[in-house]
Design a protein around this ligand. Structure first.
Ligand code: CA
Ligand code: CA
Length: 432
């Protein structure tokens, strides 16, 4: 008993509290935005604990769930915040897809209209390679269907784009061959694919080739075992695991400064220091987000392609599918199972795994346990931004997984480079 009351013991009891206070002050000092985003959260007027409790108690009752959604939406005059639209969609059992809930399209400062105006042509006309006022390598990167012409369809990233539907088939074919899932197809993988298909034959017929590919199968929204229950979505919403409740800066807004350390603690990086000479690309993600792991290598390739023209910063944020949350069987099958990190050390450890497994060539910064930067930029579960040299947001992707599109981000970066005065620098762009 006496030892519990000794000064040493009291000090030990107070120590974690003191560390917490000092850490919070340090975080607030490093990230002065924190207090600001807390006071401007669209949900700051709600008692989130009580609301979560109410949602969980009503989870089996569809009418009660709809009534909560309606009441929440009615609280906001004018535009309903994204997070309320998302919670409403979850409570009503709506499918999660682009355009629903908080899955909105990207915002862009420059698009096809801008480049058409720069070339003094109508938006329904086209720009050939010789007419293009800029580096030919950049022309090729914008000309995504590779027909030597830039036109409106090259810049259409909506669900209506036939190019994107075809890309999703090409991606399926590629992933059927890339068994190691490193976004690279090796000679061995091609030969293994070939051997599996040919069976006893010397070659592959077009029929057996088609049958080997995942074509024409009705694809549900989720892989088997991945579909969430309404309860896991409600819990994931309130824990911010399926996404930040904040909306992040809009295009045209000044990007708020932040400073974070890399997963190995060898470097600290501050956004402000990266701006001025070059635009900055921010990439947010987490390790248990399957689409992030699949898609990130394309972002990394873009980072290498433009490494002389832009600064790239990746930010590791709260896990989307920890084993104590919405478990994805598609993760479990790959051995990706981990609890939500409970300390910054655990976060750094998972971020280190993430950086190693996905071969990060750019610094991976680790967000603090208060998710300050993840919330500030609405980076959970995955998102990308382009910030121009003056520190203004010129591209804000849609929220991951649906809005997390490397090709769309690359176009926005190219248009930012073309718009800058010294676009002669773009000639340094690496050929793919
Ligand atoms: Ca084209
Ligand atoms: Ca591979």
């Amino acid at each position: 008993m006496s030892s519990l009351n000794s000064p040493w013991r009291r000090g030990a009891t107070l120590l974690p509290f003191a560390v917490m206070v000092v850490t919070s002050l340090l975080v607030a000092f490093a990230n002065p935005c924190l207090a600001q985003i807390r006071s401007t959260s669209p949900l700051s007027s709600l008692d989130m604990k009580a609301l979560e409790q109410e949602c969980l108690e009503s989870i089996q009752n569809d009418d009660a769930c709809s009534a909560i959604a309606e009441r929440l939406e009615g609280m906001f005059a004018g535009e309903v915040p994204e997070a309320i639209r998302m919670l409403g969609g979850i409570l009503r059992g709506e499918a999660m897809e682009p355009g629903k809930g908080w899955f909105r399209p990207a915002q862009k400062a420059r698009d096809w209209d801008w480049i058409a105006t720069q070339h003094a042509i109508d938006t329904d006309a086209a720009i050939t390679k010789s007419e293009f006022q800029g580096d030919s390598v950049l022309f090729s990167r914008l000309d995504r269907n590779n027909d030597e012409m830039l036109q409106a369809s090259d810049f259409d990233w909506s669900m209506a784009s036939s190019y994107l539907r075809e890309v999703s088939i090409a991606n399926s074919v590629f992933r059927s061959i890339d068994k190691s899932m490193d976004a690279q197809v090796s000679k061995e993988e091609i030969l293994a694919f070939f051997d599996k298909l040919r069976g006893e034959e010397d070659s592959i017929s077009i029929d057996s080739f088609r049958r080997a590919l995942p074509l024409g199968r009705s694809r549900g929204a989720y892989s088997p075992g991945d579909e969430p229950s309404k309860e896991s979505l409600v819990r994931g919403f309130f824990s911010s695991e399926i996404g930040s409740h904040w909306e992040g800066p809009d295009v045209g807004d000044k990007a708020i400064d932040f400073e974070l350390s890399t997963q190995d603690q060898k470097h600290r990086a501050r956004l402000q220091d990266q701006l001025g000479e070059k635009p900055v690309v921010l990439i947010f993600g987490n390790f248990t987000c399957g689409p992030f792991r699949r898609i990130y290598p394309e972002f990394d390739a873009i980072a290498q392609r433009y490494r002389d023209q832009a600064n790239f910063m990746a930010i590791y944020v709260r896990e989307a599918h920890p084993e104590d949350g919405w478990i994805m069987e598609s993760n479990s099958r790959l051995g990706v199972r981990l609890p939500q990190p409970k300390s910054i050390e655990e976060r750094r450890s998972v971020a280190t795994t993430c950086a190693t497994k996905l071969n990060f060539s750019i610094p991976l910064l680790v967000d603090g346990m208060d998710d300050a930067v993840g919330n500030l930029y609405s980076g959970m579960p995955a998102r990308a931004y382009v910030i121009d040299r003056d520190g203004l947001v010129v591209y804000k992707s849609g929220r991951g997984p649906f809005g997390f599109m490397p090709g769309e981000m690359e176009q926005a970066l190219v248009l930012t480079l073309l718009s800058s005065n010294d676009s002669k620098d773009v000639t340094k762009t690496k050929s793919p």
